[in-house]
Ligand binder design. Structure first.
Ligand code: XUL
Ligand code: CO
Length: 439
């Protein structure tokens, strides 16, 4: 392991009254909530790309971050130094999982063969560090969007050689994810979309995307990879029209191609808001359709229209997110992966801790509030009362499929003086605030 974070010792839980910025105020990993500890509920993970590989560059400016491991100039040795530091950080933070893209952890060589060799060398180191620290791999994925070869897409490229290259890359990424005991494998369609229909065969591209996912399912079977496949929806950025727009679109796509039994969703908060949804909406829609798999925990900015990938500190959103996760019976093999980066100006080493502590405390508090809400059943009871008309009489007959338009007409002619009751939105919002403020 590295010795980069010399000034920071293992982050401890100190409770609400603590003034120590390097301590948890709400996240107490061993605290029991229901039949699980906080750590078991939350399954926190750090995103390798933002926290260890990202350097603060944006479309207007150069990197602002220079880490101690960046002094190593040989690309492979640089990747190793970074990985040792990563495991030191994860251990000190007390997070049990991490996630990576193949190209975050190892450099590209001059050929695919060389790149795969680099990857193998880094995977050997990762394996050793994982054994030493007990840290596990939540999911692996392939970066099919950064290199210029993916300018027209990966599995949806107009160039068949690119699809073949992407296939080889996912094959290798699946192998290393399996080797490292990864519990899931993620597909985020970075450039699987289009800019203009003037040059695009959408039908061929979406068929190819489905063919590609089918190949992944088949290959996982071949090598005995039993982790959960996840698709991460996002509506735009980098392409104008992403094929995996939101959970509903992806679910329709999967069902259309008979792929739905093999995939669940990895839901990212900032992707939800880019699609014009709340984080809770995407989690809820996935949950009620049985495809809530994992979460990329972050947040966007209300005033900016892009994927700012900020550390999730919004307690309101974290609470409603945890409400859905608890109602889902947990995330199972998924987790809460901080797909979040520090602001360019937060370039010092300690900021890595401050950012993650803020996110971990927000979701820990959200978990406690959500747990309480489900214990008292205040919202649950309100909702079931609101739909009580479907439990008997004509409502029950509708649910049981016993009536058609003729019977509805007959009923409506006799019951045309409709009486509605209030939805009580403001009262419920006040109740939610009360829970958030008192737990
Ligand atoms: C991009 C994004 C990715 C995926 C993994 O917006 O969220 O980092 O999580 O490819
Ligand atoms: Co993500």
């Amino acid at each position: 392991m590295g010795d980069v974070f010399k000034n920071v010792s293992k982050i401890q839980f100190e409770g609400k009254g603590s003034q120590n910025p390097l301590a948890f105020k709400y996240y107490n990993p061993t605290e029991q909530l229901g039949h699980m500890t906080m750590a078991e509920h939350l399954r926190y993970s750090v995103a390798y790309w933002h926290t260890f590989t990202g350097a603060g560059a944006d479309p207007f400016g150069a990197p602002t971050v220079f880490r101690p491991w960046d002094v190593v100039s040989n690309p492979l040795e640089h990747a190793k130094a970074r990985m040792r530091a990563a495991f030191e950080f994860l251990s000190k933070l007390g997070v049990e999982y991490y996630c990576f893209h193949d190209r975050d952890i190892a450099p590209e060589g001059d050929s695919l063969r060389q790149t795969n060799k680099y990857l193998d060398e880094i995977v050997t180191l990762a394996k050793d560090l994982m054994a030493e620290t007990g840290i596990k791999l939540l999911w692996g994925t392939a970066n099919l969007f950064s290199h210029p070869r993916f300018m027209h897409g990966a599995s949806t490229s107009s160039n068949a050689d690119v699809l073949a290259y992407a296939g080889a890359q996912v094959k290798k990424a699946l192998e290393i994810t399996k080797e490292l005991g990864g519990e899931n494998y993620v597909f985020w369609g970075g450039r699987e979309g289009y800019e203009t229909l003037l040059n695009t065969d959408m039908s061929l591209e979406t068929d190819n995307l489905a063919r590609f996912l089918r190949m992944a399912v088949d290959y996982a079977k071949d090598i005995g990879f039993t982790g959960q496949f996840l698709i991460e929806p996002k509506p735009k950025e980098p392409t104008k029209h992403q094929y995996d727009f939101d959970v509903a679109t992806v679910l329709g796509f999967l069902k259309n191609y008979g792929l739905d039994p093999y995939f669940k969703m990895n839901i990212e908060a900032n992707h939800a808001t880019l699609a014009g949804h709340t984080f809770q909406h995407e989690l809820h829609f996935a949950r009620v359709n049985g495809v809530l798999g994992s979460v990329d925990a972050n947040q966007g900015d209300m005033l900016l229209g892009w994927d700012t990938d900020q550390m999730p500190t919004d307690i309101y959103s974290a609470t409603l997110g945890m409400y859905e996760i608890l109602k889902n019976g947990g995330l199972h093999s998924g987790g809460l992966n901080f797909d979040a980066k520090l602001r360019r100006g937060s370039f010092e080493l300690e900021d890595m801790f401050y950012g993650h502590i803020a996110g971990m405390d927000a979701f820990a508090h959200g978990l406690k509030v959500a747990h309480k809400l489900l214990e008292t059943r205040e919202l649950e009871d309100f909702v079931s009362k609101r739909y009580a008309s479907y439990q008997s009489g004509i409502g029950q007959q509708i649910i049981q499929g016993k009536v058609g338009f003729k019977e509805l007409e007959q009923y409506a002619l006799e019951h045309d003086q409709i009486v509605n009751v209030s939805g009580r939105q403001e009262m419920l919002e006040a109740i939610l605030n009360q829970y958030i403020l008192t737990v």
